[in-house]
Design a protein around this ligand. Sequence first.
Ligand code: C2E
Ligand code: MG
Ligand code: MG
Length: 726
Amino acid sequence: MTEFAIFTTTSEGRIATWNPGAEHAFGYSRSEVIGADFGLIFTAEDRAAGIPDAEMRIAIERGRLDRDCWHMRKDGTRFWGTNTVQPLIDGEGRRHGFTKIVRDSTERYEAAIALRQSEERFRLLVESVDHYAMFSIGPDGLITLWNSGAEQIFRYRHAEIIGAPFSKLFTAGDTARGLPEVELRRAAELGQVENERWQLRGDGSRFIARRRITLLKAGSLGAAQGFSVTAHDVTESRANEKTMRKQAFYDELTGLPNRALFVEHLQRTIAHTKRHAGSRFAVLFLDLDQFKTINDGLGHVLADQLLTQIGQRLRACVRPEDVVARIGGDEFTVLVSSIASTKEIIGLTDRIHAAMEPPIHVEMHEARATTSIGVALGTDAYDRSEDILRDADIAMYEAKALGRANTVIFDDRMRASVVSRHAVESDLRHAVERDELFLEYQPIVALGDLRLVGFEALVRWKHPTRGILQPAEFIQTAEQTGLIVPIDQWVLRTACAQLRAWQADALDAVPLTMSVNLSAKQFSHNDLCQRVQRSLAESHVAASSLNLEITESTMMERSETVASVLAELRALQVDIHIDDFGTGYSSLSYLRMLPVSAVKIDRSFISGMQANKERGEMVRAIVSLAHNLRLTVVAEGVEAVEELRALQELSCEYAQGFLFARPLSASAAGALVASRVPLAFSVALRDVANPSSERVIASGPERRRIPGTAANRAPKPARPSSAANS
Ligand code: C2E
Ligand code: MG
Ligand code: MG
């Protein structure tokens, strides 16, 4: 064994035996040292100080001596040796020399020195720093050092804390969970841990401390000597980070999660659904209807308040675990994390639509908002959040196309229809020239005696491959691409020509009117008036027979140009009707200034106006307001006899709706004109639950009134608008 140097000496200190370990440790061969004074292994200082003799003396006195000291090698270098000296006693108890065992422990010694030095350095540092808490902990977990920074940060004075356990700095909960011990154990294993933790102050208050706990060790081999800890207070900056995180993940206006956070939740839900077969969720994509108009009408500040209130209403519709986010200007999303059935989602979307109905009060204003909702049902087929969001978005667009306040649930066919939206655009370019468009005509009746007074021309597209398309499927694209201008132009010419033909056929009939829809786009073309004039001239139709329908939102969006164009049109004797009235935010004082003849109350107010008290009130208010402004009122979308009666009670002048007739082909409408049947007859007979336009045509020439209506009310003028502005 060479690790230990073992040798013996005589009582006088002469070397008697010398093992290989000694040869290795001291560099002297056996033959070199036998008989020499053992003092040669001591340093000159120790020899001068009489240490070799002192060692022997103490070993005799105590029976054994253990001590560490410097030793000299033959080459003059030193090493730190741990040595044991014992007297050699024979059988009779006589001492005849000593054994000495020496082990080189330089490495340990240096580590100890280093530790002492670093402790010294730490102490200096500790004492010189105020804003950092620095303290140390012994291997027993008790606090051994405490600087003035620690006094300030932890609010324990030096005298109070020295000797106290490390756990004193932890909250009761953390201590109960054994956190202080866990931390020290981890620091012992890893050498250092760094983290942030709530810490308890001497006065009982708490703060977030960023701390670094370092194991103090006597060199690489040495035993743990305890820990040094540095800590500082980061409560404030963490609070800032919290607000920063809030800004990064929450919508500032509504306080709802933003798109980033929504996507995070969605991703988690997708992952959960993959793990739990059969679990389902749903994503709702909401877009407020005609928000631009609301925004323009209210101004940004109030519109913002409206959005906030809408956010609150949405939140109130869902369960606490569902996520409601605002992901864009007027776009909201809802993540319904677990659903049992599609019916449940329908229930939710119905609740949302209902929640939107009551007017929203922003300061002095009363505003109304409806929303279109697209729903994508989440199954484990979805991998990516963007896919399901896209599908919900597609469904939302379909809902928009149906009009206001609708819900559409995504199905795979829709994806194809989105692809075809692009196709629509290129096909639409040719639709007019290839003569693929045609018109249907929906009767408009006077509510007093249910006489037919005119038609609204509604465009349809006989697509070469997709069959007959409704306006909802292409008008939006047409407007976006500007193709609406030639289309409306065609509609205007065709409708005027048709009206002229009917008028010629029925020479003695009351003059019929034709209502034609005008897109907002038309108003950016300054030749609109000339084109209208030209169409009238070509068809020989009197300007007074033509009603142009402009939606309320168009009026508001293009208020600058609209006023002057309308004035020109009015000068031609053409009547202007405001379409979809009630859905926009037109100020009535503004309407009064425009040369408008009539308002068409939007279908969404008429349908269910009997059952829904608020809608009924709304209709009543619109009618009386319009009448005050000397405007004629046309009710759109009348489907039930009760609605008809209610409108008659309100003295609403005209109506249009499936109750009377669906939009009819030119020939069916022509037959109706020729038969001169009052539509009252068909209404009395028809099965309201199963409206069919054919019945209207099939009805006989007899004139009857439906029971319970204002039977003897004086007939209104044939032209819906002639009552106003005259
Ligand atoms: P609009 O001008 O408000 O036309 C009334 C719409 O309501 C028509 O839908 C009509 O079929 C429908 N309708 C009428 N009565 C009832 C009813 O009792 N119940 C229900 N559920 N619906 C009823 P359509 O034909 O699908 O037209 C939709 C919209 O497309 C029109 O709304 C109009 O804004 C636009 N549009 C139609 N033709 C043209 C056109 O030639 N040019 C322009 N620019 N837009 C057009
Ligand atoms: Mg219309
Ligand atoms: Mg309308």
